[in-house]
Design a protein around this ligand. Structure first.
Ligand code: PRP
Length: 183
């Protein structure tokens, strides 16, 4: 869905379809160069990472394997708490693998901090993180993120996988939501 169809729900468009595609291509080039000669397992975190996983994997020029996890972070409303429950686990044995976690957004960092530690405990050769968006002002824990698409202010963003009440995930751009939608 494009921005014309949700104009009334938006404050503004943060990144257009073209800007996202350019940045994802850039991330793919970095990843191709860094992992040259090594097999990478991309781990997508459902549901938000579906779009970035689909585009990033297709922009890579090397073979990768892909697997998915679904986690739920206990917390009040939109705030995550750091207490994470696995809703769907990986099917892949991580022993000796180079793992690259693919995320749509890092907000407090609590989910990813837990997830990275959890995957490291499974004996992989390496675990790195690639996220399309990061809100540095919202960080509650320090977490080493190797690949960041865009650093954004702490505003409510939707689109390209990101939802509000499960809506807006299928926007082909990223926008900030107008306050009347969520207040
Ligand atoms: C989002 C995002 C991360 C997490 C980041 O997922 O995909 O997993 O929140 O927040 P944090 O840095 O504050 O921990 P969400 O729980 O909204 O689930 P979804 O991907 O299914 O929309």
């Amino acid at each position: 869905m494009d921005s014309l169809h949700v104009q009334d729900d938006l404050k503004h468009v943060l990144y257009t379809k073209e800007q996202i595609q350019d940045r994802v291509k850039g991330l793919a080039e970095e990843i191709d160069a860094d992992y040259a000669g090594r097999d990478v397992l991309l781990v997508g975190v459902l549901k938000g990472a579906v779009m970035v996983m689909a585009d990033l994997s297709r922009a890579l020029q090397s073979h990768v394997t892909m697997d998915w996890m679904a986690v739920s972070s206990y917390g009040s409303g939109t705030q995550s708490s750091g207490v994470v429950r696995i809703l769907k686990d990986l099917e892949t044995d991580l022993m000796g693998k180079h793992v690259l976690i693919v995320e749509d957004i890092i907000d407090s960092g609590l989910t990813l901090s837990w997830l990275k530690a959890n995957l490291i405990s499974r004996g992989p050769a390496s675990v790195e993180i690639c996220t399309l968006l990061r809100k540095p002002d919202a960080a509650k824990v320090e977490i080493d993120v190797k690949y960041v698409g865009f650093e954004i202010p702490s505003e409510f963003v939707v689109g390209y996988g990101l939802d509000f009440a499960e809506k807006y995930r299928n926007l082909d751009f990223i926008g900030t939501l107008a306050p009347h939608v969520y207040s």
